[in-house]
Design a binder for this molecule. Structure first.
Ligand SMILES: O=P(O)(O)OC[C@H]1O[C@H](O)[C@H](O)[C@@H](O)[C@@H]1O
Length: 333
């Protein structure tokens, strides 16, 4: 059942196909991945943007705003925007770089890549700079993104970014998988795994603080860049009795964001009350930009699982959460 999406655009009626290329909102191209037990994911070629991840019961796990604009050049509000080659305004480019509002293509012949386990549905996408892009960021690159859905329904994103500058010049970039998790109610959620870490507070001119709480809870707008984080972070949704586990490799930092009510109202593509149903926990490389010499490649991985919260019962000690990994370390870093 493993398949890459080299299939021609088809219609949505062929239910059994694990990887299908079809049309989404506003006629934009998207790829639908289906896993044998029923979970699924959707990726728009616009932005190389994952907009849906459903569990085996069909429950949506990612937040996408009801007001999301599926139309270039605005990035899609929700899902997993890719921030590259710049996170936020850490540089002269547009906010979060341009990868999230470029149209990617399906990579039908990616270079060797670790073979996914059988029954994994996946698609390979590629982004290369246009002449216009080279005017604003004068670096040639090949950005290969694999989006895969494991037989258990885990969502895995692997980014491979190669410096293809012919002039031998190095380049540096910052990066984030800007994941919007769908939650029952922001007041019922805590984020574990970031305790005692330093963070830059985006709401206070990026001043540096040390996290003092047992876990992050939300009572107002929060926008922080946690530095040098463990490879595993848990988002515990008490009301839903569900825990999202974020595992990351090559991405030392983690951004946690909820806009709360005022900023929600200020965003034209976000509902006034939608902040209650989302939280962003973003695997990132920000404080120390990634530098690639000509010919070098960087890999950044994200693996998301959704498990019943009881799975972690009695194990909410952050050290346990971090160390207890069912994913072998070498598969994630
Ligand atoms: O509105 P966007 O450009 O998509 O950015 C949305 C948010 O992204 C990140 O989480 C930043 O830390 C926030 O400061 C920003 O508001």
């Amino acid at each position: 059942m493993s398949a890459s999406a080299s299939l021609p655009p088809g219609d949505e009626k062929q239910e059994a196909v694990p990887v299908r290329h079809c049309k989404g909102a506003n006629d934009l191209d998207k790829v639908v991945l289906r896993e044998v037990r029923g979970s699924s994911a959707e990726v728009y070629l616009y932005g190389g943007h994952v907009t849906s991840w459903r569990d085996e019961h069909g429950d949506e796990l990612l937040f996408v705003s009801n007001k999301a604009i599926f139309k270039p050049p605005k990035a899609i509000r929700g899902g997993i925007p890719i921030c590259f080659p710049q996170f936020s305004n850490f540089g002269n480019l547009e906010q979060h770089g341009f990868a999230r509002n470029r149209t990617w293509t399906i990579d039908t012949d990616p270079p060797p890549f670790p073979v996914p386990t059988s029954n994994t549905a996946y698609v390979d996408l590629i982004l290369k700079p246009t002449d216009e892009d080279l005017k604003i960021w004068p670096h040639n690159f090949e950005y290969r993104l694999r989006v895969a859905l494991s037989p258990g329904g885990d969502l895995m994103l692997t980014s491979r970014i190669r410096n293809t500058n012919a002039d031998g010049k190095a380049f540096s970039f910052t990066f984030a998988y800007h994941t919007y998790f769908k939650i029952s109610d922001i007041s019922e959620v805590r984020v574990e795994g970031l305790e005692t870490l330093d963070y830059l507070d985006n709401l206070q001119d990026r001043a540096r603080f040390t996290e003092q709480g047992d876990a992050i809870v939300f009572e107002s707008e929060l926008d922080r860049i946690y530095l040098g984080t463990p490879s595993k972070i848990a988002i515990i949704d008490h009301e839903k009795k569900r825990t999202f586990v974020v595992r990351k490799g090559g991405l030392p930092d983690a951004v946690v964001w909820n806009p709360w009510d005022k900023k929600a109202k200020a965003m034209s593509d976000f509902g006034d009350d939608e902040y209650k149903r989302m939280v962003c926990v973003e695997a990132a490389a920000i404080e120390k930009p990634i530098t690639l010499k000509a010919g070098e490649e960087w890999t950044g991985k994200l693996e998301l699982s959704a498990v019943p919260s009881s799975y972690y019962s009695g194990q909410l000690d952050p050290d346990r959460v971090i160390q207890d990994s069912s994913v072998p370390e070498d598969s994630i870093s």
